[in-house]
Write a protein that binds this ligand. Structure first.
Ligand code: ARG
Length: 291
């Protein structure tokens, strides 16, 4: 047991890009040099783990499974808040096989007293975990993505389950198929996002809730680097290599950007945030300067 912020990652042994369920995934790019790709993936995965540990986090590792390469992205496994896990339900058959493995792992955590509850979504609701359900530590509500992978009704289901407000945001581009690839909130109240991934009504909702000086808008070229898929830990932001502009913008506001090579995972449409799942996410209001 530890008091350090704790993240789940999936052992990369079985990681590959062998099918395509989003526009980033091209299995032929992987199969052209599978051994080299896999070696590179393990190196990059290890660097992310190390960066989290150096930022003061503990990393818990769940085994991957053969034939389920996208288990590598545990952000999609569940929404976790205050020791309560709400298990995901995947849209595509390619990922539905992950559900029993993550379920068993989370039940084990519960049986060891590491979680209080492992719950299921209502019948028929599709929801891809923390990838489409992002906790805003300052505003104390979830931002929920829908329209690509997760269904519209997932927002109400999450709100009922956790008892915290939910702000639904509609995703309009298959390239930005989870909210976590185009949006993240920071503890200072800033929201970093790519407006082109969201419907006009959802952009207006962000403008209504987040004052202009706290809105950090990324360009489409920046979003394309998947550097918005970032892990925030206090003042640290661990992310795929972005642009100087974005880095400067964040560093001027007192954050520290830790940029990593995550190319093997970008080939699957994922990067830092979705390679992790925070297991001890808490709804407790932030103390000044805390994570
Ligand atoms: N290949 C995976 C998929 O399409 C990538 C998932 C990345 N996860 C995320 N939360 N962005 O499902």
């Amino acid at each position: 047991m530890t008091n350090a912020p704790t993240f789940l990652m999936t052992d990369p042994a079985h990681y590959e890009v062998s099918y395509s369920i989003n526009p980033w995934m091209d299995p032929s790019r992987w199969s052209a040099a599978p051994d080299e790709r896999h070696r590179h993936a393990v190196t990059c995965w290890t660097a992310l783990r190390l960066a989290l540990e150096q930022a003061g986090a503990a990393v818990e590792v769940v085994p991957g499974q053969p034939g389920l390469p996208d288990m590598l992205f545990p952000a999609n496994a569940a929404v976790v808040l205050d020791g309560r896990a709400l298990m995901a339900r995947f849209l595509y058959a390619e990922r539905q096989g992950e559900e029993p493995h993550f379920q068993a792992f989370f039940e084990q955590l519960r049986d060891h007293g590491r979680l209080q509850e492992v719950a299921q979504l209502p019948e028929g609701v599709v929801q891809e975990g923390a990838g489409d359900c992002i906790w805003d530590p300052l505003r104390r509500h979830f931002w929920v993505g829908w329209g690509q992978r997760s269904s519209r009704e997932s927002a109400a289901a999450i709100e009922r389950h956790f008892g915290f407000p939910v702000v639904p945001l509609e995703l309009v581009s298959p390239r930005y198929y989870h909210l976590d690839v185009c949006f993240y909130p920071l503890p200072g109240g800033e929201v970093v996002f790519y407006p082109g991934a969201l419907s006009e009504a959802s952009r207006a909702e962000i403008r209504r809730r987040v004052p202009a000086d706290l809105r950090i808008e990324a360009s489409s070229a920046e979003a394309d680097l998947l550097c918005l898929n970032a892990v925030n830990l206090g003042r640290d932001i661990i992310m795929a290599k972005g642009t100087e502009r974005l880095k400067e913008e964040l560093e001027t506001r007192g954050y520290r950007c830790i940029e990593l090579d995550l190319e093997p995972f970008i080939l699957s449409g994922g990067a830092a945030y979705c390679m992790t799942l925070r297991l001890d996410r808490s709804s407790t209001p932030l103390a000044a300067g805390a994570a």
